[in-house]
Design a protein around this ligand. Structure first.
Ligand SMILES: [Zn+2]
Length: 149
């Protein structure tokens, strides 16, 4: 099969393939589905402030005066990871990859990934790996099947 030649030999060095802008946009749309809002009073941010918000810069609420970024009040508050790193970490966690492997790909420590995994689990995130190809045809998607590796 000709397509086999384009498949990567290993998982390593995926991050440079990701578009930082796309990752940032995707992440912000997940964190703020109703758009840029003040975490203090819920006021919608617009215009130049919204642009700053979407660039992860600090903005000041015109309503209550609170200063914040798009990560303020979210699980990623004070995170030093770039959006592309966060997206990659989330993808790899969802694929059920090991903490050492994810840490290697992100250029961070294994304990950092362990901490994130724990935090997501505490928040009730679905940490089950995506079901393998073919499992979706089953009537009742069981967690046991998804777990099997
Ligand atoms: Zn406000």
């Amino acid at each position: 099969m000709k397509t086999a030649y384009v498949l990567p030999d290993e998982l390593g060095r995926l991050q440079p393939f990701l578009s930082p802008e796309y990752c940032r946009g995707w992440l912000l749309s997940r964190l703020h589905p109703s758009g840029p809002t003040c975490p203090e009073c819920g006021e919608l941010t617009a215009g130049k402030q919204a642009q700053r918000f979407n660039s992860l810069e600090t903005v000041r609420c015109g309503h209550c005066g609170k200063s914040f970024t798009a990560f303020t009040g979210t699980v990623f508050h004070r995170s030093r990871l770039e959006p592309a790193q966060i997206v990659l970490m989330l993808m790899l966690l969802r694929l059920g990859r090991g903490e050492a492997e994810i840490a290697g790909e992100l250029g961070t420590h294994e304990r950092t990934i362990r901490r994130w995994r724990k935090r997501f689990m505490e928040l009730g995130a679905d940490m089950e790996p995506f079901p393998a190809e073919g499992d979706q045809t089953k009537d009742t998607p069981g967690k046991d099947e998804a777990r099997a590796t």
